[in-house]
Each structure stands twice: as structure tokens, then as C-alpha cells.
Design a protein. Sequence first.
Length: 277
Amino acid sequence: MKKIFLSFFVLFNFLFVSSTSIAGNVMDNTMGDGIRVAYYNWDPYGYVDANGKLVGTDYETLEYVIGKMGGKIASAEDVEWGALIPGLKSGRFDVVSAGMFVTPKRCKAVDFSSTQFGIRNTMLVQKGNPKGVTDYESIRDKGLTVTALGGSAQIGYAKSVGIPDSNIVELPDLATMIEAIRSGRVDAIGGTTPAARAVLATNDDIEATPAFSEIGGKVNVSHGAFAFPKGNEDFLKAFNAILDDFVGSDAHKALFAKHGMTTDEQPVSTTAELCAK
């Protein structure tokens, strides 16, 4: 009996220490060997430029904040969207820097930083918009098909207005989604205004609908933030103190302009407000 109890005690402590070490190592990594970054290759948030350098609004903001903290970045890995949060929770990464939207569901899985942008929605369609798409509700009412990244907020938006699952196509990356539009496999891509601007800059056979901020009769301005493993309160407090000073500053606005974002895409809601919805 004593052996069974001892074995249970050892196992419990191993699991507790293991989970704590995964959740609590972000500050140590940042100030030591460096923070491990997971990003999704998508302009304007994080992408490799013509010179082979990783740039973008999210990544450069992260560089700034970590630098001000006195830390450093050890690595930055391009990760498929659906693997970002699992990689964070498993301890493979310390932060997700991917323009990730703050949603109540994600708030249960990770801890988000303060918000750093607030953007409206749009739909990408074939040039001339032959199906007359305007928003998610028009997709539903016309019986059309829509695509977005698997596991993205846009998939949730489509479902929230009643588009049937058979008319929602989850795809792994932007290139595949654009090809689906061109081939007629889908009628629209659910997206955001900054992402749409980046697509239109290099695809003259695609156009974007006018931006909209209501989905299903509710105001919906999508807010992005950095995601961290749960259990890093001290790190998050220090990180947010610097981030909050930076967001909305002249330097932050200049960073937005550099990557094609506008001053009206500054955040208007807090992470706490978004997690509580």
C-alpha cells in the first residue's frame, strides 16, 4: 500500500512540475537563451520579405517589446495555423506572433497580451464579384460557399450566421484559398482588411468587398494579440506594460503604415472585454 501511495505521489509531483515548467518558463527563456516564436506566414503580421528577413507588424512589435524587456528572440518558426496553439500548449514555443484574434474559446486555452490592433472584415471574390457577395449573410442567403483558414475566426463567423457546414471549406493556407476562388471551387474567402490589401497587391484577378463591422447583427471588430502559455502572469504583466506604451504611439503608427495598415485599425477593445464575450 505504501508503495502504491509513494508511486502516486511521485507521479503527481512529476506531472505538476512538468506542467509548471512548461507554463512558467517564458520569462526564463526570454531573459536567458531567448524566446521561441511561432508565426504564421501572412502579410502584414509576419512574413519573409524580398531580402529574406522576417518582418511584419506583429513580429516587429514583438522584437521591440522583448528588446525593451532586456531579452532576446532565440528562434522564429513558420507554423501551420492549426498547429500554433497546440505547439504553444505543448511547450514547443513560448509565444504565437501571428495576428491571432482574441476569442473567448482561445482565451480558455492560452493567455493573450493586450490587444495591438482592431480590424474590420471583408470578403475576397473573383474580379467583378459575379455572385454579388457582400458579407457572410449574403453567402448564407445565396447558398454560396466560403473558405477560410482551418480553425480561424472566420470559420466561426460563417457558422455563427448559419452557413451550413457543407458550404464552408476549411483550407490550410492563403495560396490554396486563392486557387479555390480562381477555379470556382468556392465563391469567397472570409478575411480582414489588412490581409485583403496584401492579397490585392499581387493578384489583379481578385477583389475585396467593402469592409463591414457587423456579423450576425453584432458589431465585430477583430482584435489581435500575442498568445502565451497559461501560467506566466509575471511575464505577461511586464510584457503588457511595454506593449501598452507602444501601441498607439507614433512609432507604432509608423510601423502600421510601413506594412499597409491604417490608423483606424488601432484597437478599441481590451483583451479582458473580448475574453468575457
